[in-house]
Each structure stands twice: as structure tokens, then as C-alpha cells.
Design a protein around this ligand. Structure first.
Ligand code: ADP
Length: 506
């Protein structure tokens, strides 16, 4: 890492500094890092992946494959099987057979050991999983390496611990597994979402058929390898790749007992309609439009880091991203100025570079959606600032962008953008902050920044959001439950509550 000191040029030095003959570090422009790319040469990927059914790799019945591409280079990485109804049928049959004959009969302590073994194997292959996650999905390696993969392992460890202690989780009640769980996950946290789904299901004694997102199937397929190496009984975990039609086949399969879905509110509604009246259980983790509320008494520099982390890291590809910044009127200008300064230092680019803050947007389609909504923001009259970050020539990238002068009625204050775009609104009183924060169809998460503990606790109970962070943002732990209010969905994942969707409690 090379740090450049700005030594001359009266325009870059304050009069005070010049008089004292000091040099100053110009944080806005002077930091220059040598490229520090994580090497992908240790990664063992195949050219083509089949479906993982009944403990084996099998070809899709249709013989069809699609390419998964690296969004930072637009190059194909591997060919992925397109699962059809017939493949889903095979997978569900394998899951049912494994459920009836082995998994539901196994002593919970033994089940827990298998889940624990998966966690250990994830740790052993952590570096490879992180690199593949960044190659396939576009997220910066520091996110996949420091957050996604360790948290994935932590979820398996945590749930392994519950396997033989379920009677303590629900004292005085008898619990039993549901059967076969169909699980459909999105592209923003491909491996972590697989863990959120698979780990509690297995610990509670269910078997699963998982469908990863079509743009990010690779780490789920590496997880299939891990599951095979961990010698789980065949059929306990099945992974069927494909797009929406494959997911719909899983939803509509009559022998699936439960659907767990994470994805867009629009698809979540389709699935709820399809499941209505079938008696199948379901949990939905859908979109969000989180409010990050900053009071004048907040530690502002800390808040700036939290706001930046909440919306820009991970390209804003987070359902709980703090995409609406509610600022107490008196500090609006100073906070926005600090944000703009910090935004100008963010590095957008190669996801495999360890210095990258904002990687690639997951797909061309998603990039176009972001561009379109940003255009709507401008057309509606909000003031746009896009940080002058140099962008790579190839690949799907978007510079961090902030809109000020946003009204509650603007599309950018209401719709989920799922990109590095922040909308700033103001408030004058506590009750106005709560009213504005809750004025949304969504309710997944919220943040509050203030130095008054009493205010934090009071507001936390008034905000209609499944998770409320206080003086921090985007903190996760397998032992705390995550889930939504309103159109952000229902059911909880993580913690003791996250076991409930996979159990019949009598
Ligand atoms: P996102 O906005 O995160 O891309 P989607 O809701 O489009 O969310 O996708 C989330 C997951 O749902 C993906 O695995 C996708 O293939 C799957 N999916 C899309 N359409 C359907 C559908 N009609 N039925 C079931 N699953 C679907």
C-alpha cells in the first residue's frame, strides 16, 4: 500500500498549515493503493455443473444448461444445469425418501454432528468460497471473506448446537420436524442465504430441496460438494439450479411441506398466491426500504461510517440496506457534506481486490434497473450527487450516489432500488422521524443514531421494522432473529425463532 503525501500546492493546504510549514494528508484524493487482488488460482471450479440430487451429480432431464457470468468482467465462469419440473420431482422424491428412512429417525445428537461437520468444512474451504462468491456475484472480497463466509459457518455451528436441544428451545412442548422443505434464495448473499435456509432445516430434522438464484449458483454448488464430502445421507440436501420456472415447480410440488423464500416482494406475492389453500407452511423474507435516522446529538463521524456501510458496501444489494436517510433538519448540511467527502474516497472496481469497497452490480438487468430509478429520481426533482469514482471499463458498475431534496412521494423514497443509491429526507421532531420511517410498505430494518439511550429504546419499539440497529448498522449474528413487518414478509430466520418455521410445536 503506497500512501502519497500532498506536499505542495497552496490550493491543497490551509493557510494555517502553510504558515506552520506542515504537510497534510489529503484523504479525498491522495490515498493511492497498489492493486491487491486475491488470486483465484486455488479455486477448483468445473466447466459444467449438473444438479445435486440424492447425493449425486446428475444431468438435467432437459439437457439444458445456462452460463453463469462474472459481473465484473462479463466473462462466463461455468455452465449450470437448468432444472425442470421433472428434475424437481426427482429432488423432492429423494428428499422425501431421505426424510422417511433416515433423517427424521436419526438421533438428534447425530444429526447435529453432520451439521457441525458442514460448518467445519466451510471453514476449511473459506478462502475458495469467498473468491467464488466474489467472482460469481460481484461483491468485494473483503465482504465475502470477512462477512459472508464466516457468518455462513457460524449459522451451521449455531444450528448444529440446537439439534439435540430443541426441547430446551421450547420447554414443555413436544416438537417434531415438518418433512421436506423447498427453499428459494436470491443473489445478494448466495452462500449465506443457503446457510440461513439449510442449517435450521437440517438441525430440526427436515430434508431440503434448495434452488439458488440463477445469477449466483456457484457457492451453493460448492456447498453441495461440501455436503457430499461431509457424507450426509443421500437426499438430505438436494440442490436444483435454474431460474423462476424451476422455483415455481418447487413451490407447486404437492409433496413439499414448506416453502422458505427470500427474494423480491413481487415474486413473494406470486408464491403466496400459489400456496394459498394448499396447507403448506411458508416463510417470506422480501424487500425493504430501511430508514436510517440520524439525530442532531448523534456521533456524526461514526454515523457517517454506518450510513456508508449501510447503503454503499455490497453495492446496496442488501434487502435491509439503509436506503432512506432521515436527518434531523439542523444537521442536514453538515452530514451531507461529510457523506460526500467520504463517498469520494470509496473505491469502486475489481471485486477480487482487497481494497475495493464497492464491487460489481450483480447483473446487467439490475444495473439497468438502478440507472432507470436514478433517472426517475432526477426527473422528479431531487438533487443528485454521484461520487467521482473511476469505474472499470468492462463489467457492471455504478458509482455511489446520493439524492438530497427528496420528498416522501418520490419513487426513490418509496421503491427498493437495490443499488448504491441513498435518498436523504429530513425531519424536525422525534414523532415526525418515526412517522416518516414507518411511512413505507416495507418493514425489514431500521437504524437510529443518537447519544440518548432512552430515545434509542423508545424509538426501537415504535419503528415497524424486524431489526432496529442503534448507533450501528448491518450487524448480524446467528443467534438473533431476522425478518420483516408488512410487505417485507413474515417468519423469522436466526435465533430460537428461526427454528420455529421448521418445526411442528405441540
Ligand atoms: P431478486 O429481486 O432478489 O432477484 P427474485 O424474487 O426475482 O429476487 O428472485 C429470488 C429467487 O426467486 C430466485 O432464486 C429466482 O429464481 C426465484 N424466482 C423467480 N421467480 C419465481 C417464481 N415465479 N416462483 C418461484 N421462484 C421464483
Amino acid at each position: 500500500m503506497a500512501i502519497k503525501l500532498v506536499e505542495d500546492g497552496p490550493e491543497t493546504q490551509s493557510t494555517h498549515q502553510r504558515r506552520r510549514g506542515e504537510r497534510r494528508l489529503d484523504f479525498g484524493t491522495a490515498w493511492e493503493y497498489a492493486p491487491a487482488p486475491e488470486r483465484p488460482d486455488h479455486v477448483r471450479l468445473r466447466d459444467r455443473y449438473g444438479l445435486f440430487i440424492n447425493g449425486r451429480w446428475v444431468s438435467p432431464e432437459s439437457g439444458k444448461f445456462f452460463k453463469t457470468i462474472n459481473p465484473a468482467t462479463e466473462e462466463p465462469i461455468a455452465e449450470i444445469a437448468e432444472g425442470s419440473e421433472a428434475d424437481v420431482e426427482r429432488a423432492v422424491a429423494a428428499a422425501r425418501q431421505a426424510y422417511e428412512s433416515v433423517w427424521s429417525k436419526m438421533r438428534p445428537l447425530e444429526r447435529g454432528k453432520y451439521v457441525y461437520r458442514i460448518a467445519r468444512a466451510i471453514q476449511e474451504r473459506a478462502r475458495e468460497l469467498a473468491v467464488v462468491e466474489s467472482m460469481d456475484g460481484g461483491k468485494p472480497i473483503k465482504e465475502s471473506r470477512d462477512f459472508d463466509v464466516p457468518t455462513t459457518a457460524a449459522h451451521f455451528f449455531y444450528n448444529a448446537g440446537w439439534a439435540d436441544k430443541l426441547s430446551y428451545a421450547f420447554p414443555g412442548r413436544a416438537v417434531r420436524p415438518l418433512g421436506v422443505a423447498g427453499q428459494i434464495i436470491p443473489w445478494n448473499f448466495p452462500l449465506l442465504m443457503a446457510a440461513w435456509k439449510i442449517a435450521p432445516a437440517l438441525a430440526c430434522g427436515n430434508t431440503v430441496v434448495l434452488k439458488p438464484a440463477e445469477t449466483t449458483p456457484l457457492t451453493a454448488l460448492l456447498l453441495a460438494e461440501i455436503i457430499r464430502e461431509a457424507e450426509l445421507p443421500p437426499g438430505v440436501v438436494n440442490i436444483v439450479t435454474g431460474a423462476g420456472a424451476t422455483g415455481a415447480a418447487l413451490v407447486n410440488h404437492p409433496d413439499v411441506d414448506k416453502i422458505a423464500f427470500t427474494g423480491s416482494t413481487a415474486v413473494g406475492k406470486l408464491i403466496q398466491r400459489a400456496l394459498a389453500g394448499t396447507g403448506k407452511r411458508m416463510t417470506m423474507e422480501l424487500g425493504g426500504k430501511a430508514a436510517n435516522i440520524v439525530f442532531a446529538d448523534a456521533p456524526l463521524d461514526q454515523a457517517v461510517e454506518g450510513i456508508i456501510n449501510g447503503i454503499f458496501f455490497n453495492q446496496g444489494h442488501v434487502c435491509c440496506a439503509g436506503s432512506r436517510l432521515l436527518v434531523e433538519e439542523g444537521i442536514h448540511d453538515v452530514l451531507v457534506a461529510k457523506l460526500r467527502d467520504r463517498m469520494a474516497t470509496l473505491r469502486v472496481g475489481d471485486p477480487l481486490d482487497k481494497n475495493t469497497d464497492i464491487g460489481a452490480i450483480n447483473s446487467r438487468e439490475q444495473l439497468e434497473r438502478i440507472e432507470q430509478l436514478v433517472q426517475v429520481g432526477e426527473d422528479e426533482g431531487a438533487e443528485r450527487y454521484t461520487a467521482p469514482c473511476p469505474l472499470p471499463e468492462k463489467g457492471f458498475f455504478f458509482s455511489p450516489t446520493i439524492f438530497t431534496g427528496v420528498a416522501q412521494s418520490h419513487a426513490i423514497a418509496r421503491e427498493e432500488i437495490f443499488g448504491p443509491v441513498l435518498s436523504v429526507l429530513t425531519f424536525r421532531t422525534e414523532s415526525e422521524a418515526v412517522e416518516r420511517a414507518n411511512n413505507t410498505f416495507y418493514g425489514l430494518s431500521a437504524g437510529i443514531w443518537s447519544n440518548k439511550g432512552a430515545r434509542l429504546f423508545k424509538l426501537a419499539t415504535q419503528l415497524e421494522a424486524g431489526v432496529v440497529w442503534a448507533n450501528t448498522y448491518n450487524k448480524f449474528d446467528p443467534s438473533s432473529a431476522f425478518g420483516g413487518y408488512k410487505e417485507s414478509g413474515f417468519g423469522r430466520e436466526g435465533g430460537r425463532h428461526g427454528l420455529l418455521p421448521y418445526l411442528v410445536v405441540e
